[in-house]
Write a protein of this length. Structure first.
Length: 377
């Protein structure tokens, strides 16, 4: 799986307290976020604002003035929130301020969310910390994922809120640990984590699935991702999305989602099919066939209804689309105001300059609903 950047982690802090700095070397301090000469978006570009070139990300990450801008931002946000809400000061200290790095804070938060009487928080903390400490890929992914939430989800008020409260982010990071364990042959433990995440968050991601970086799982509830699924970088999923198989076949049987795809709520994609780059899939669609790049699909079963004009729909999150039929025939289904009409009329009309505002390809105007894509009759 290709990453947005293979050099992202060169500046990350070592997982040890600051007081353990090498002898004779001055201790490095992250300082306050507001005092940095470079703003955070210069280090982690805001993808939703149009930064889609990985080379830009690479060059901006090579700043000598910072060690870990995401972690520094999380700490500053926690301090401010603790000041605003003193009753939560001990909570923010335990979850954020008492830890030395983002990996430890995340491990603590996940362990406390997933613990039960037979799977103790201390055991989970050790599992998460050990995996994240030695896996540079996970260290990169948890930062690019949290940036994706901050950039693309208007309900995400801060990095801190994504880390502590958003189950889409948390379930995705548990999957990343479980995926690493699966690769190490520790499949029983990986499956146990998968089961626990399904119970707590209502998100079911098989540990063997392959998921890229910069992923947004918005809301998360009801998301199902099967064993042989492959998801590219910078993909955005809404609640209730299913990547599943079509029967009892074994082997490679699940969808392959390319980079930059935006998938609406409760869309279902079944079978070993490929969804091309920068595709937009409408809410509630059932996709059973491969989708070409930069297409918009909608319906049950889903059909191509248009083209995506922006480079990465998953970054802009624009789920409202302006549909402009081709200057030939359009197939329309007319529904009369007369509820006593038994047989709706199937009519053919030539549209030459018609433009409709649409949401997920559905058009309702003058009691007329577009059912099929622009085509010759």
């Amino acid at each position: 799986m290709a990453h947005l950047s293979h050099k992202t982690l060169v500046y990350l802090p070592e997982m040890r307290p600051e007081h353990e700095a090498e002898e004779g070397q001055p201790r490095k301090s992250l300082g306050s976020f507001s005092s940095w000469p470079h703003r955070l978006e210069n280090v982690f570009p805001v993808y939703a604002m149009g930064t889609s070139n990985p080379a830009v990300l690479d060059s901006s990450l090579h700043t000598s003035d910072c060690l870990d801008p995401i972690w520094d931002a999380v700490r500053e946000e926690a301090k401010l929130e603790a000041e605003k809400e003193p009753i939560l000061s001990s909570f923010f200290y335990a979850t954020i301020l008492s830890h030395d790095c983002l990996e430890q804070a995340l491990a603590f938060a996940l362990a406390n969310r997933l613990q039960n009487p037979t799977l103790l928080a201390t055991q989970l903390m050790d599992i998460f910390s050990n995996v994240m400490k030695h896996d540079k890929g996970i260290q990169q992914s948890i930062r690019l994922d949290i940036q994706a939430f901050k950039d693309r989800d208007p309900a995400c008020l801060s990095y801190c809120s994504a880390l502590l409260y958003m189950k889409g982010y948390q379930s995705l990071q548990v999957y990343r640990v479980a995926h690493a364990l699966w690769g190490q042959g520790r499949k029983v433990l990986a499956s146990a984590l998968q089961s626990r995440v399904s119970e707590v968050f209502g998100v079911d991601i098989h540990p063997a699935a392959k998921i890229g970086d910069g992923i947004l799982v918005d809301h998360g509830t009801g998301v199902v991702i099967g064993e042989t699924v492959v998801v590219g970088n910078r993909v955005s999923l809404m609640q209730g999305v299913t990547f599943g198989g079509t029967g009892k076949e074994t082997g490679d049987r699940h969808p392959k989602i390319s980079e930059g795809v935006l998938i609406g709520a409760h869309a279902t994609i079944l079978g070993n099919i490929t969804i091309g780059e920068c595709v937009m899939i409408a809410a509630g669609s059932l996709v059973l066939q491969e989708v070409p790049p930069h297409s918009i699909v909608a319906g049950v079963p889903a059909k191509v209804i248009g083209r995506v004009h922006e480079h990465y729909p998953s970054l802009t999150m624009q789920q409202e689309h302006r549909f402009e039929p081709e200057q030939n025939h359009a197939l329309l289904w007319y529904k009369s105001n007369d509820v006593q009409t038994i047989y709706p009329k199937l009519i053919t009309i030539v549209w030459r300059k018609a433009k409709f505002d649409t949401v997920f390809g559905q058009v309702v105007t003058l009691n007329m609903e577009i059912i099929a894509q622009a085509t010759s009759c």
